[in-house]
Design a protein around this ligand. Sequence first.
Ligand code: ZN
Length: 159
Amino acid sequence: MVSSSPAEISRREQARRAAQFIALALLLLLGFAYLRRDTLGGRTWCVGPAVISVVNPFTRDPVVRARSERHEAAHALQARRDGCLALWRANWSTTRQLATEVEAKCAEIPVLYQMKGDSPAFARRRMARELRRYPRLRHLSTRELEMALERRCPAPPNS
Ligand SMILES: [Zn+2]
């Protein structure tokens, strides 16, 4: 059996702590990069078996915050329902990205009815314009995206 000297154990402990610190710093940097990249300021990650949704903490507009929370909750649901790999793969296919983002945008629409008083058509047009900001969906027309939203989103209350 090989025994380690206290100095060797201390060096190993220091190396382990440094590695933990670097890993944490990288995660924070990655998280910040994600926060800055999203249009509404939210992201959803899979960390091992856990699904974590984050809304940009600097968002002050209550409508944007509520929409972002609902959008990320929809992605978290997709990750739990379809698996994290499927959600990640959706970034690389126009069809899959359209399906996942339309579903998440549908989750936001009730906020526009309730907090902004938008009509269903106006809310869909707003969501379609936002969907065109995704590089993979940019080639689709606003009308095509509106129709995708119309097919996928539930009807508003009292319609
Ligand atoms: Zn999304």
